[in-house]
Design a protein around this ligand. Structure first.
Ligand SMILES: Nc1ncnc2c1ncn2[C@@H]1O[C@H](COP(=O)(O)OP(=O)(O)OP(=O)(O)O)[C@@H](O)[C@H]1O
Ligand SMILES: [Mg+2]
Length: 569
């Protein structure tokens, strides 16, 4: 920074020597003038003398002078160009012009041209000469100080402008950041925030001047931390940076916000004065992570199920074949026995009668009548059972098929029957399940594996709701399909416990569950909505009456939206 200008008006006369250049072609005058300027004492002068312009210029080039005395009356001074060139050359060195008594006009002109003062040579004495030199020097210094001050003021103005520009730039950058930013002090008072913070925290009011506790709470397990208890305040009190890549903040409206955040102490002149919190929404990322996890769980369950289904399929085939063979063989043997008895009965004589009696006894003791009636029933039932197992195995194979990543045309009625078959164990204890499937339902372009998951989630939820309502034998789930314009509707209805309006409003929120730990994770309907709405452009709606039951309706467009039509939309 430039040195502050010194005061000029009451500056004490410096005790140092003033160096004077005296320009006068009259050496006699020059000697007289020099004699008027003391070389010792409080005001002392060193005088160098030039009789011509060249000498004056040389001396000015080689030395620093405090003042120049220029005689305008002598030969050198009468030449106007000498004054101009001296003025140029002297720069900031003040010039005092000396004139003859008849030539005062020249003195005024010299002052107009830039000389500090002029004296009439004949009236010069020691006093007025010294005073004229002193004032000229002081005036010149004062002018220099004023110039310096002016430059200083201009410089400060430029700095102020640059500071305000840089501050505006910082504010603009802060406002345009994708991450939310909050700056707050030790008491949690917010000193700065940005638009992203307001958007993420769902607050339309300005956050500045409010307190952290009013705009967000960090969630740790099931506890909502206040600012005083939480880690954000410790960043200030302990001066330590912290970050968390997987945290939950609860907004003023009670909604949880999955975030990654960093909090840095704000170091100012007097130590840590506050902290800067920057945070970003990782909800979509977490959702993708959950989807991937769910997908990988499904994929491994699917692989296992497909493997098991394959293992069961082969033995069940030959059990079925053998049962058919046994049924046929038994029929042949029964026919044979009947034929033998007929032949025996046609024989006459004692031997034949004895043989028939023995036969009847053997029949009796073998309980043959019972066997002949019941063995066909047993084989028929076994065959039906084997066929049922084969059907379930097939449903499992189809249900667990990983499905294409692309949408394919699927028969949703068949998908429903498969899902009903594989979920039987979930609902059979609490409910009857009835399907009411439109026979003419067109195939729908969809992601088969993901739609199976939706159907399963809805049916399992319905079964849980009925179990909770404890309807005895009267629990009922109905799955209906129907064609509705360019869409199909799948309706899953139950007469379970139903839900309150407050629960109904939250059921699609990830992790919202009313079920105990281990029974529900609260992801089922969030996944259903993601699959139906985001991935298929469909709708998922719910109607429910507490204590009476619920009805979930999935509406799916028959034709999947293509990229092109999305782009042109
Ligand atoms: N058919 C229904 N009847 C009544 N309440 C229901 C029904 N379906 C869902 N709900 C309510 O919605 C909540 C959220 O359901 P969601 O399927 O998302 O999670 P969940 O069933 O609790 O757990 P999971 O992740 O295992 O599916 C349930 O906890 C329940 O309170
Ligand atoms: Mg569920």
């Amino acid at each position: 920074m430039a040195k502050a200008p010194s005061k000029t008006a009451d500056r004490p006369i410096p005790p140092s020597t003033l160096r004077i250049l005296l320009v006068d072609s009259d050496s006699g005058d020059a000697a007289r003038l020099t004699a008027l300027l003391p070389r010792k004492g409080r005001e002392q002068f060193t005088v160098l003398y030039a009789a011509c312009a060249e000498e004056a210029e040389r001396l000015l080039t080689q030395n620093r002078f405090d003042a120049v005395l220029l005689d305008l009356g002598s030969t050198v001074g009468r030449n106007g160009s000498v004054l101009r060139s001296l003025l140029d050359r002297a720069g900031d060195t003040p010039i005092v012009a000396l004139t003859g008594s008849a030539d005062q006009e020249a003195g005024f002109k010299a002052v107009q041209a830039g000389a500090q003062d002029f004296l009439v040579k004949s009236r010069i004495d020691a006093d007025n000469l010294r005073r004229a030199i002193r004032y000229s020097v002081d005036r010149m210094r004062f002018r220099q100080d004023v110039d310096l001050l002016g430059r200083e003021i201009a410089h400060r103005q430029r700095i102020t402008e640059a500071l305000s520009e840089s501050q505006n730039r910082m504010l603009a950058i802060n406002e345009s950041l994708y991450e939310g930013v909050l700056v707050f002090d030790e008491n949690g008072h917010i000193a700065l925030s940005n638009r992203a913070a307001e958007r993420l925290l769902g607050d339309s009011e300005k956050l500045i001047s409010r307190v952290i506790d009013d705009v967000l709470r960090l969630k740790q397990g099931d506890t909502l931390l206040s600012f005083a208890q939480g880690p954000l305040r410790r960043v200030i009190t302990q001066g330590q940076f912290m970050q968390d890549d997987d945290a939950v903040m609860v907004r003023p409206d009670g909604k949880p916000l999955a975030v990654a955040f960093a909090c840095t102490p704000l170091l100012e002149k007097d130590g840590v004065q506050g902290a800067i919190l920057s945070f970003r929404d990782i909800g979509a990322f977490k959702q993708a992570q959950r989807d991937a996890l769910q997908a990988s769980k499904l994929a491994s369950v699917g692989q296992l199920a497909a493997g098991i289904a394959h293992e069961i399929n082969t033995p069940i085939q030959y059990i079925g074949d053998n049962l058919t063979f046994l049924a046929d063989a038994f029929k042949s043997l029964t026919d044979l026995l009947e034929r033998a008895e007929q032949l025996l009965a046609a024989q006459g004589g004692d031997a034949a009668r004895q043989a028939m009696a023995a036969m009847a006894e053997a029949r009796e003791s073998a309980d043959a009548d019972f066997l002949l009636t019941n063995i066909p029933d047993a084989t028929r039932q076994s065959l039906e059972g084997a066929a049922q197992v084969a059907r379930i195995v097939l449903a499992m194979k189809e249900f667990s098929h990983p499905g294409d990543r692309e949408k394919t045309e699927e028969d949703l009625n068949r998908a429903i029957l498969n899902t009903v078959a594989v979920s039987r164990n979930e609902w059979k204890h609490s409910a009857q399940l009835e399907t009411n499937l439109a026979p003419d339902l067109p195939r729908v372009q969809c992601l088969a594996g993901e739609m199976n998951q939706v159907l399963l989630n809805l049916i399992v939820n319905a079964a849980h709701a009925i179990a909770e309502a404890d309807r005895g034998g009267a629990g009922k789930i109905t799955v209906t399909t129907l064609l509705s314009g360019q869409s199909v509707e799948i309706i899953v209805e139950d007469n379970g416990i139903g839900m309150t309006e407050q629960v109904r409003q939250q059921i699609f929120d990830p992790f919202f569950t009313t079920k105990r730990v281990g029974k529900g994770t609260g992801q089922g309907l969030a996944i259903c909505r993601d699959v139906v709405v985001s991935k298929h452009g469909g709708k998922l709606s719910v109607e429910s009456i507490l204590g009476e039951g619920s009805r979930f309706t999935v509406t799916l467009p028959i034709l999947a939206e293509t990229r092109d039509s999305e782009d042109s939309a």
